[in-house]
Write a protein that binds this ligand. Structure first.
Ligand code: SF4
Length: 347
């Protein structure tokens, strides 16, 4: 059994700044791996599916069972290609616009939420809609509307182009100012003494968001906003867990899709902590060279990545080292559950 030591990375264990495609120097090669100690995997706790993702997937599955296939889903129900492919096999069809959905077809809105204009378009076509928007995203929508109803100019902290951000911006009938960094707060075109409020995307980095909120308060001392930011419990818990993991791991693997916001934030935390960290879709993405002279592999998964992909990564690591040991780090057990929409409840 290996002792857990903080950062047992060797002095020559260099890595590059963009680890998605980086690897240790080729000269180290797999031969060095054969001489290394047995690897040990430590699983982050918590990791993987959050309650909003579980609910969204169940909504699609139950809708197919109840109404028959195909069920049309606007945008990827959650940002994970494996989940999307599995639902396609069960009878889901994924589209980006409502114009791709035939009249009368059962339509599901993804966990990321949608703009009011999408809701209006669906209504005008009388599409039977089931809304899989995560309740924590809906809460942000409600806050945004509340602040705008108070006559405040709304600032959204989030990443441009993310569907959740598009949805939240489109929930209010007023201009919304989007900021993604502390620097952008300085360039906001809002006259002095304007009453302002902020809300945030749910899957941001806790630390970055805290910084941006501080800058907003400095510039607009009377700004209103949620007591804590809107970053959801699952994002916060997974970020805290991966930070703990970095105290003992030589390398960190984050299972998740490249378009998954919360998975990317987990990867960034690993990098910030000085640990080579790779975002991988599944076990096929692993490069054995990453593990040369590495003993302790921290393994986590974004909120939209299923546990079977974590197992797939463990299986792939076992092909590199048959003596691989796997254990779970101590951490928070989550017991959050969200109710299904009324039309899909069984009781
Ligand atoms: Fe909801 Fe958070 Fe999961 Fe997004 S990551 S679906 S906001 S619980």
């Amino acid at each position: 059994m290996l002792a857990l030591t903080p950062h047992s990375r060797l002095a020559n264990g260099e890595f590059q700044d963009n680890p998605i495609s980086s690897a240790p120097p080729a000269s180290q090669g797999c031969a060095a791996l054969a001489d290394s100690f047995a690897m040990r995997v430590i699983l982050a706790q918590p990791r993987g599916f959050c309650a909003g993702v579980v609910r969204a997937i169940e909504i699609v599955e139950r809708a197919i069972e109840k109404f028959g296939q195909p069920v049309f889903v606007r945008h990827e129900i959650v940002h994970n290609q494996h989940v999307v492919e599995a639902l396609k096999e069960k009878g889901a069809r994924f589209v980006e616009g409502l114009d791709e959905i035939p009249d009368g077809a059962v339509t599901v809105f993804s966990a990321h939420g949608v703009a009011e204009s999408v809701i209006r378009e669906a209504k005008s076509r009388a599409l039977p809609v089931i809304d899989a928007t995560c309740p924590l995203v809906s809460k942000v929508h409600a806050q945004a509307k509340h602040y705008v109803a108070q006559g405040r100019t709304l600032i959204l902290i989030g990443h441009p182009g993310h569907p959740e951000v598009d949805g939240t911006m489109g929930q209010v009938a007023a201009p919304v100012h989007l900021v993604s960094s502390r620097e952008q707060v300085e360039t906001l075109q809002i006259p002095p003494n304007t009453p302002v409020a902020y809300v945030t995307q749910t899957t941001l980095s806790i630390d970055d968001t805290r910084n941006i909120i501080e800058a907003l308060i400095e510039r607009f001392p009377d700004i209103e906003g949620p007591h804590t930011s809107d970053i959801c419990y699952a994002t916060q818990n997974r970020q805290s867990a991966v930070r703990e993991l970095c105290k003992i791991a030589d390398i960190v693997l984050v299972v998740g899709s490249r378009n998954s916001s919360n998975s990317n934030r987990l990867r960034e935390i690993g990098i910030e902590e000085g640990i080579p960290t790779y975002l991988i879709a599944d076990g096929n993405a692993i490069d054995p060279n990453w593990f040369v002279n590495k003993q302790i592999v921290g393994l986590t998964a974004g909120a939209s990545a299923p546990e079977e992909l974590v197992q797939d990564v463990i299986d792939a690591l076992r092909r590199i080292d048959v003596n691989l040991e796997v254990s779970k780090m101590e951490g928070l057990e989550e017991h959050v559950e969200f109710r299904l929409p009324p039309e899909l409840r069984t009781q």
